[in-house]
Write a protein that binds this ligand. Structure first.
Ligand code: ACO
Length: 431
């Protein structure tokens, strides 16, 4: 039976239908509220607003639950690998052996960057921030492949399998290219090998010395990317949906998502964590000073890698990656003083009333930097790694928007707080 929510405003009762998701999540359908009452809901930052229906990822922040297309992240982390999870997220089902083979082949066939497009790299100073380079180069895909990026949903969806594979594979290749360019190293062309090994080859092969794959490193990279593959309506994914809702093609929408990811409160947090750990290490501190400063409440002093906009108990990805950190470093026979500092910081914060009362726990970024460091990925590239990992989620969300024939352009309202109407004052009469 249809449930309704009654909202009483100025002696008038407005009935809003209640919507229920497949996991029992409930929402009040307020789409007609303004039409029927003149009111809007005020929800700064959309923290309590459902902007869409989506069948991709279920997230229960209170209980630390994350599932892609119904599959728990713990099972995917244990049994799947990045390319397979990417397929699942984009297409809704785990691939058959034939589908998986074809998807892998498409990723390999679309890995290379057009020769002309490679020249874009030369336009950047060697010191250009990697995320700035990534957004520009990804947005240029729409210009290099205009026949696949027409800004017409019907036409763009007809080429979706190709553009999705191109996007995932090329974003990975571009990131490796950014690394090589910034270090003045020659570009390494992709080879006909699996996704993660291909990335490591493009990063670390030398002209006369091919990178030799190390299974533990490949596995760790797979896990890292898989854990980032999608995360419901976060800042960058909502950006992709918002830009996509205007009819923009996949590449352009992805570039917007990458811009959104670059901020320190979102994708930039992983490198901020490393900077924080490094500073603690360099100062010979045990982290006490950072914890005390973080408790001041000032945004600039936050303990990076702690807290999450939706997880209020624990971030399931942080548990997996925290454990993986120990395993990877062990297997590679490496020790990292920053890992020890991270463990100490975590223990101290988890005992501190400030963090307990605010339900602040380590998020995925707290340990992901340590894994990347162990793999030889420099800190400045961390957020671009996040972008490679998140690309399947962005693509799947763009596809939902593009396929929704009843969708409308994203257009929130606001509460205006500026001056009321006043008359124009000519320059001569202004004080
Ligand atoms: N360190 C210290 N205090 C914090 C932290 C932190 N990392 N995070 C939140 N708080 C405090 C706030 O100051 C606030 O305190 P108050 O109630 O006394 O005012 C309280 O905890 C609640 O914080 P909110 O701002 O409501 O949390 P919000 O949900 O808006 O922010 C965010 C979430 C942005 C992730 C925040 O926790 C943060 O800045 N963390 C550090 C950056 C970070 O690690 N980002 C990565 C997020 S995960 C990802 O993008 C993959």
């Amino acid at each position: 039976m249809q449930k309704n929510a009654l909202i009483k405003l100025d002696e008038k009762e407005i009935s809003c239908p209640v919507m229920v998701g497949t996991e029992g999540e409930m929402a009040i359908d307020a789409r007609n509220l303004r039409r029927d009452s003149g009111y809007i809901f005020y929800d700064q930052g959309y923290g309590n607003t459902g902007s869409c229906e989506s069948a991709i990822t279920f997230l229960d922040g209170d209980n630390g639950v994350l599932r892609h297309r119904g599959y728990p992240i713990e099972q995917l982390a244990e049994q799947s690998e990045f390319a397979e999870t990417a397929y699942l997220i984009i297409y809704g089902e785990l691939p058959s052996a034939v589908q998986r083979k074809k998807f892998g082949q498409m990723l390999r066939e679309n890995a290379a960057i057009d020769t002309q497009m490679m020249r874009i790299f030369d336009g950047f100073p060697r010191s250009a921030p990697p995320m700035g380079m990534l957004t520009s180069i990804v947005s240029s895909l729409a210009a290099y492949y205009p026949h696949l990026a027409t800004n017409n949903f019907e036409k763009d969806l007809a080429n979706f399998d190709l553009t999705a594979a191109m996007a995932i594979s090329k974003i990975r290749t571009i990131v490796a290219g950014i690394f090589r360019y910034r270090h003045g190293l020659p570009f390494m062309h992709p080879k006909d090998i699996p996704f993660c090994d291909n990335f490591l080859h493009m990063m670390f092969s030398e002209p006369y010395k091919e990178y030799a794959a190390i299974p533990e490193v490949t596995r760790a990279l797979n896990l890292l990317l898989l854990l980032h593959a999608d995360h419901e309506q976060n800042c960058s994914t909502s950006t992709v949906r918002m830009v996509g809702s205007s009819g923009a093609n996949l590449f352009t929408s992805l570039a917007a998502g990458i811009c959104a990811l670059s901020g320190p409160l979102h994708g930039g947090a992983n490198s901020a964590v490393m900077q924080m750990l490094q500073t603690i290490h360099d100062e010979g501190d045990d982290g006490t000073r950072f914890i005390e400063a973080a408790k001041s409440g000032a945004k600039g002093n936050r303990l990076m890698g702690f807290g999450h906009a939706v997880y209020r108990n624990f971030d399931p990805r942080a548990r997996i990656i925290g454990h993986a950190c120990d395993v990877v470093l062990n297997k590679l026979g490496k020790s990292d003083p920053l890992l020890e500092i991270a463990h100490n910081l975590e223990q101290a914060a988890l005992k501190d009333d400030y963090f307990i009362s605010r339900k602040l726990y380590p998020n995925v970024d707290f340990y992901s930097g340590i894994i990347m460091r162990a793999l030889g990925i420099p800190t400045e590239l961390f957020t671009t790694m996040f972008a490679i990992g998140r690309s399947p989620g962005w693509i799947a969300n763009w596809r939902e928007v593009a396929s929704n024939t009843k969708g409308r352009i994203y257009r929130p309202r606001q509460l205006y707080t500026g001056p009321v109407k006043r008359d124009y004052v000519p320059m001569a009469k202004r004080g």
